[in-house]
Design a protein. Sequence first.
Length: 450
Amino acid sequence: MNKRTRNQKILIVEDNIVWQQSFRKWLGNQYIFEFARNVETAKKLFLRLLPDLIILDLGLPKIEMGLELLDYFVSQGTDAKIIVITSSQDHQHALEAQQRGASSYFFKTENIKDELPLMVKRALQMQALERENRLLRRKLDERLVFEGIVAVSQQMQRILHLIEQIRDTTEPVLITGESGVGKEVIARHVHNRSKLSDKPFIAINSAALPETLLENELFGHEKGAFTGAQTLKLGKIELVKGGTLFLDEIGDLPPSIQAKLLRVLQEKRFYRLGGTKELTADFRLITATNRSLVEEVKKGNFREDLFYRLNVIPIHIPPLRERPDDIPALINYIVESYCAENKIAVPRIDPMLVAYLSRLEWKGNVRQLKNTLIRMLVLNPRQLTVKDLPDELLEQENPILQNALNNKLTLEEMTRLYVKMVYEHVGRNKKAACDFLKINYRTLMNRLKD
């Protein structure tokens, strides 16, 4: 008997004391047991014990009570295997229990004392394997998530590779991409991986401030420079002190400030507002925009000479819809980060939800995905399923579901379709597909059959 077996915990929900004693006798003393005779006690023991396996008698004394308790266990996001038992020979109840989340079932027959120990052993072995797979997958995700950047897709991996290539330079970087793709996250990563990482990183949103305030934020002012300037104010160019200045929404920079910024980049010198003493500028500039600066230059809205000064090292972040490979890892990262920050248990995430979210367009990109998941976590922190999605996302056309509806696919056909998609997604790696879907090899091969 190994240590792990002795520590495995089993919650047995059975209202008949004789059956309770029989279960203990048949399973031996190799597990930690707790017994509950009613729903209320079962819920309390579940939260206290956090069992690895639950044996649930559906008749408590009514089948409906047992099914409701099963729903409760599943809703808590537990990874415990749930074996349901019943005195009734009605297979419909047992099948319904499996549809609601039970891993297996058996009837109270004369063979139970021989079947139960084997069933429990298999269930606990499967659970241990699934936990190990999740741990390995989490370790893999950790290698693909660096400083808050998920880089499963080739596009994002190329960006991280480029950032490593420019570690020893302090030339300007221009980051482009739609709103919500994470331009500031990439900017901070560029800074953190550079030789300036021990210096300040200061960010300014160029579109968030009116022209006069933006100029003041950048250059600062002397005392008495204008009405209300009662003290000396240092600007961000001065405060950054050899670090990185990040100007977001650079495409919205007013023409007058464009000219002043160009001079700073060319001469490394500037004046505070109202000042007469020329000061030295020492910083690395990273800018970002969701606009096409090439088009803005053509329209006369942006200085061409400034554009070339900014566009020394361009980094383009593709929208989320163009890198769906990142979405499953992003979902895990966002959910786990939120749960860690709020000190709550990580919920069960339905694989069908991941598949659904991976096929949406996400016009708001990562920001929209993050807000959606947080909203779902607030409303149902125990598990995340498709039915928990906001109505506006459920109403979006989804190619997978639309195909299923148009072709009147059965649940079996839809399941096969999803399994094949996962199989292709993991590069036709059978072990990876089994880990992703949490199924065994035989089930995978049966699902892959035409």
